[in-house]
Each structure stands twice: as C-alpha cells, then as structure tokens.
Design a protein around this ligand. Structure first.
Ligand SMILES: *Cc1c(COP(=O)(O)O)cnc(C)c1O
Length: 380
C-alpha cells in the first residue's frame, strides 16, 4: 500500500533531543526553542516568532491579541480547517464565511468587501496548499476599513507572495499576525507544534505575556523587570524544548525536504497535465503572485460520484488518496448558530477535491504508478 503521508526523519532529531535531556532543561523557551525562533526570523525576515503547542493555539493567541469580543465579526474562507474558525468563536466572534475562488480553493478576494459590517474586526486568510492569497488586495481592503489581517499559514512554510515590485514575502510574515503548523502532516514537523509570527510590532510584548499564562515572565528573564506577576489574560501556549529540538533538526534540513517535495509535485503535474488538457480533471492552479512549496498535490474531479469512484479505484490498487475539508458553513455546529449560506465553490471543493500521496520518501516509480492508475481510471 502506498501511504498518503509518511513523516521524514532527518537524523539529528534524537541527537538534539538527547542534548536537551542531558542539560536537564526540558521545559519551554530553552536553547532549541530560541534556535527555532532565530532560524525562522533570519530565513524569512520575520520580526518575531513564538513557538507554540500547535497552530490551533497560535490562532487562539492571535484571537486574544486582537481583542476579539462577543459581537465582533471575522471574515474567513469556509473551506478550511475547523481551528481557523474555532479560535475566534471561542472568544465570541461571529464568523462570516467567504467562498473559494473557482480557480483554486483559496478565498475569492473579490467577495470580501460585501461581507464587511461595522462590527468586522479581522480578515483571516488561509494559504491553502501553501499557495498565497492575493495579499495586496487583502491588505488594501484591510487598510481601507481598519481591519486586522491574520494569515493561517499552517500549510505555507517556505512559500512566498510576490508583490507588485517583484519582491518575495514569506507567507505568515505579511498580515499583522501569521501562524504555522508543525503537525505530522505538514512539510516540517515535530509531531504537534506551531508558531505565532508577530509582524505588527505593537502586538509583540503582549504576545509574550499571553503565551506565558498572562505573566511578564519573558521580560523578567531578560532583566527588564525585577519581578514577574500576573498582568493580563493568558494561557500555557509554549511547548517543551524537547519538541523544539526535534523541530530544529527538521528546520536544518528544510532545503533538502523542500527540494524533494517540489520535485514530486512537479512530476505529478507533468505526468497528469494531459488529463487536464483533454478536460478530464483539474490540476492545482498557482497564480502569478504565488510560489509553490510542495505541501500538497490535489486534483479536482467533476463531481462527488466520480471522486468517490476514483478514491476507491486507487484504494483497490493499493494507493491511499484522501479528500479534504467539509465546508465549515455546512457543519452541524455552524448551522446551529447561523443562517444558511450558499457558497458554491467551497462546496465544489468539498465534493470534488482529492489529495494524492506526497512525502519526502515517495519514489519516482511510485508516482508513475499512481499517475498511470489515474489515466487508467479516466480512460476506461
Ligand atoms: C493543519 C492546519 C491547522 C491546524 O494545525 P495544528 O498545528 O494541528 O493545530 C490549522 N489550519 C490549517 C489551514 C491547517 O492546515
């Protein structure tokens, strides 16, 4: 059976974990957490990063940081992971879901302005499959209405938005706040983990406080205050240095991992392009302003029936492929608290998108086998 996902171990994970254990300092914000922060800040020119227990928690921190209160409204795509919405719902926000583009599962930016009310506080963008949303457009709307922009960049490490001056801006580093996930299913992983990227400097100090249970412990350790105490709301959002050690080993191998993932993605694309040309299926679309980080290779079938047949055909041939999100506006939870929405493209991706195996150790002959089977499915 060709698995859908398999984590890569680069070799240094255990070496670094051992080192942390030897020093006896295994709680949060140790040597390896700092190394991870510095690595990402230097590589992507981020102002400040904070390692968290998950991307979900980084999103919850973002929601606290922009002071979401009951009655506030937040705009985000419906075709996303539940955590994107939950983080804001937990603090009382009403979510206004936006449809996907017909070209790709990311949000249709043209629809944002229609959803803005006097209660709107933020736009949360999701860079689906690591492919950038149109950030110039989103930032200009946010500036016009004085809204925060938060990037759920869970899938988007090492991917860029190319701005109007042809400058490459790392995803997660463009809005007021950005979030990464290091869950097992992501390009770079430590099992469970995340990162809050703080681009709006006004939010930096408070981000540290919220992450440290509402205390000013971080400035105490820098010698900025002579005792630390309870100064704000917060929770325990920082993760053990053992996980940071694992993560740092992965980050050190990021070029190796990314090169292979993009090779695999490109091979899928060139193997399958003919099926797109004859109108049998659709392949991922990468806009001119976006790069590809090889996070995901998906195809879009004609309808739900065809997709179900394709997944089961591949399964019979020992290939594990999977569908993805169920539109959040159609979820049991959302329907119980809000009006019925009609988001055509979001529903289309819910029904028609299928993800193919993509991981570092996937072999070229396995990719050929998978794409040959897809041809067989469409040619019979
Ligand atoms: C994976 C993912 C998350 C959640 O990440 P965790 O680290 O598991 O909390 C959130 N949003 C998107 C778009 C994701 O793909």
């Amino acid at each position: 059976m060709i698995k859908f996902n398999q984590t890569i171990v680069t070799g240094n994970e255990l070496v670094y974990i051992n080192e942390v254990i030897q020093t006896g300092r295994i709680s949060g914000d140790g040597v390896y957490t700092k190394k991870c922060h510095e690595f990402l800040q230097n590589r992507y020119f981020f102002n400040k990063c904070l390692f968290t227990t998950s991307c979900t928690d980084a999103l919850e921190m973002a929601s606290i940081l922009i002071d979401i209160k009951p009655g506030d409204e937040v705009i985000m795509p419906s075709y996303t992971f539940v955590s994107t919405a939950n983080a804001f719902v937990l603090r009382g926000a009403k979510i206004n879901f936006i449809d996907s583009s017909n070209l790709h599962p990311g949000m249709n930016e043209e629809l944002i302005e229609d959803l803005i009310t006097e209660n709107t506080k933020a736009i949360v963008v999701v860079h689906y499959a690591g492919v950038a949303c149109n950030m110039a457009k989103i930032k200009s709307i946010a500036n016009k209405y004085n809204l925060f922009v938060i990037e759920d960049a869970a899938q988007a490490i090492d991917s860029y938005y190319i701005d109007e001056n042809n400058e490459y801006k790392a995803l997660g580093g463009i809005g007021d706040l950005g979030t990464y996930s290091f869950h097992e299913t992501k390009n770079i992983t430590c099992g469970e983990g995340g990162m809050l990227i703080i681009n709006n400097q006004k939010l930096s100090n408070r981000a540290e406080i919220i992450r440290e249970k509402g205390t000013n412990r971080a400035s105490f350790f820098r010698g900025e205050v002579d005792k630390y105490g309870w100064v704000d709301i917060g929770s325990s959002f920082l993760s053990s240095d053992i996980l940071a050690a694992y993560l740092f080993a992965q980050l050190e191998s990021i070029d190796l991992i990314q090169t292979r993932r993009k090779q695999i993605w490109n091979k899928y694309f060139s193997n399958l392009i003919e099926l797109q040309n004859i109108g049998k299926l659709k392949l991922p679309f990468i806009p001119d302003y976006a790069t590809n980080n090889g996070h995901m290779f998906y195809i879009v079938c004609k309808n739900l029936h065809e997709r179900t047949e394709l997944i089961s055909f591949l399964q019979k041939n020992e290939i594990n492929s999977v569908f993805h999100y169920l539109s959040l506006h159609k979820s049991q939870f959302y329907k119980s608290i809000s009006n019925h929405l009609n988001l055509f493209n979001s529903d289309m991706y819910t029904d028609c998108l299928v993800r193919l195996p993509l991981y570092y150790d996937l072999k070229d002959n396995e990719i050929d086998y998978i794409t040959n089977k897809i041809f067989e499915f469409y040619n019979d």
